[in-house]
Design a protein around this ligand. Structure first.
Ligand code: ARG
Length: 463
């Protein structure tokens, strides 16, 4: 049973039924926002006092009451079960219980509608900060591996078919670049998160002479959301945030997929330490890449969260509607899951080694340098299409003869084109092939080294 009347009970003759309260309560989730809620309330009362809407003494009492409530929540002393409706109500109710009627002045000139938007924005500010730190950490791990394995050549793939030799470092650095854009997306959405909605009140603003810019300054916001209806109606800042999380998770999922495939006996390109793999309950020989699989699997949740919130928003008339309360599930889950995924992936990668001999083995027995053959002919003035055709026939010949490009003789090559000379053999060597690349951003060791130097500098200077 409810232990006290809700703060809005004045107009009602009957109490809210337990069933309705249970259905509509959000405290199970939004209690996670208690620090933000109290921080926002303290800034609000201080502003009320400096605008002479309440006295400084009243503000002082409310502030210390709020701090005491925060302590109670921190130590688990305050009951935050579903009877409390939401965290805003629970804090205010407890404040009034503790300091008496003066506590009721806290809610002057504001509404839960602008209060909840404020709490979310404060919460997301810390989330963006943490996620940016964790992206940097992951980029550093990838960079460290690129430096460690600099010089290791592996087969590069397209369509998951062997394509051309590449440096393993080049492959890993591709992810560093992808995560860089995720970092920038986070940084960019922060600009729109960091605006104060408080002071919009329910939707129309308030007749109290409040100073919204003052509250904004106290809370470190870059400014206010000017239009009060906009301030309480939209959740686009949260959509942007979840969309940035989706991109992070999509990239994480792609690395995870590669870890799964590369850990298979068929590939055997990567090995993750026992501490980050699991066994099977029935097949004793198994060592499963569960962390990578879960990372791939959890990605679906974040995409779902984005779709969830987009769907909540699409039909809402202005301004606040209770539907908006449902934004907590996708918001909190996106923050938790993305943080956790970045953290675990960094650890898994630290504890993963790459099998250099396996790469070598595979490079020897394959047609990865076929493009070099074609390019060679082009340099000898054979049109590229024709060169491509000739090289295709050479590969087909090798397949029939069960041999590989690297062991063909010059006589055999002359069966296809007399333009081939002895110097072709150096190009068929994967190491020579990558050294031969000239374009910027290519897999040539000089270009990859440039990227390593660039990222080492960029990531070192990042706080
Ligand atoms: N728990 C609510 C939410 O998260 C707080 C705002 C309630 N506002 C209202 N007018 N009922 O959206």
């Amino acid at each position: 049973m409810k232990n006290s009347k809700p703060l809005w009970s004045g107009r009602f003759k009957q109490p809210l039924s337990d069933a309705a309260l249970k259905f509509s309560s959000s405290i199970d989730l939004d209690k996670e926002l208690y620090q933000e809620d109290i921080l926002g309330s303290i800034a609000h009362v201080e502003m009320l006092a400096s605008c002479k809407i309440i006295t400084h003494e009243e503000a002082r009492r409310i502030r210390s009451g709020l701090k005491a409530v925060a302590k109670e929540i921190e130590t688990g002393k305050l009951d935050l079960s579903w009877e409390k409706e939401d965290i805003h109500m629970a804090v205010e109710q407890r404040l009034i219980q503790k300091i008496g009627a003066v506590g009721g002045k806290l809610h002057t000139g504001r509404s839960r509608n602008d209060q909840v938007a404020l709490d979310e924005r404060l919460y997301l500010r810390s989330a963006v900060y943490e996620i940016k730190k964790m992206i940097t950490q992951l980029q550093r791990v990838l960079l460290y591996k690129s430096e460690k394995y600099f010089g290791t050549i592996m087969p590069g793939y397209t369509h998951l078919q062997r394509a051309q030799p590449i440096l393993l470092s080049h492959h890993l650095l591709a992810y560093v670049s992808m995560f860089q854009r995720d970092f920038e997306r986070m940084e960019d959405c922060y600009k729109r998160i960091n605006r104060l909605p408080l002071g919009a009140a329910a939707l129309a603003g308030t007749s109290f002479p409040i100073n919204r810019n003052d509250t904004a300054k106290k809370l470190g916001f870059d400014g206010i959301i000017e239009n009060s209806i906009d301030a309480v109606s939209d959740r686009d800042y949260l959509l942007e945030f979840i969309s940035a999380c989706s991109s992070i998770m999509m990239h994480i999922s792609r690395i995870a997929e590669e870890l799964v495939v590369w850990s298979s006996q068929e590939f055997a390109f990567a090995k993750t330490d026992d501490a980050y793999t699991t066994g099977s309950s029935i097949m004793p020989q198994k060592k499963n890449p569960d962390m990578a699989e879960l990372l791939r699997g959890k990605t679906g949740r974040i995409f779902g969260n984005l779709m969830n919130l987009l769907t909540i928003m699409k039909g809402l008339p202005l301004a606040y509607n209770r539907d908006l309360q449902e934004d907590k599930t996708p918001m909190l889950d996106s923050v938790h899951t993305t943080r956790e995924a970045l953290f675990i992936l960094s650890h898994v990668l630290v504890h993963t080694t790459f099998a250099e001999q396996r790469f070598e083995q595979e490079l020897k027995n394959d047609f990865l340098t076929a493009t070099e053959l074609a390019d060679y002919l082009v340099q000898k003035h054979v049109p590229f299409r024709q060169a491509h055709e000739i090289t295709g026939s050479i590969v087909s010949y090798c397949v029939e003869q069960k041999t590989s490009l690297t062991v063909l003789t010059l006589q055999e090559l002359h069966l296809f084109s007399t333009k081939f000379e002895k110097d072709i053999f150096t190009l068929l060597d994967p190491a020579k092939s990558i050294e031969h690349k000239k374009s910027s951003g290519s897999t040539s060791p000089q270009e990859v080294k440039k990227q390593i130097v660039y990222w080492a500098k960029t990531l070192k200077n990042r706080k």
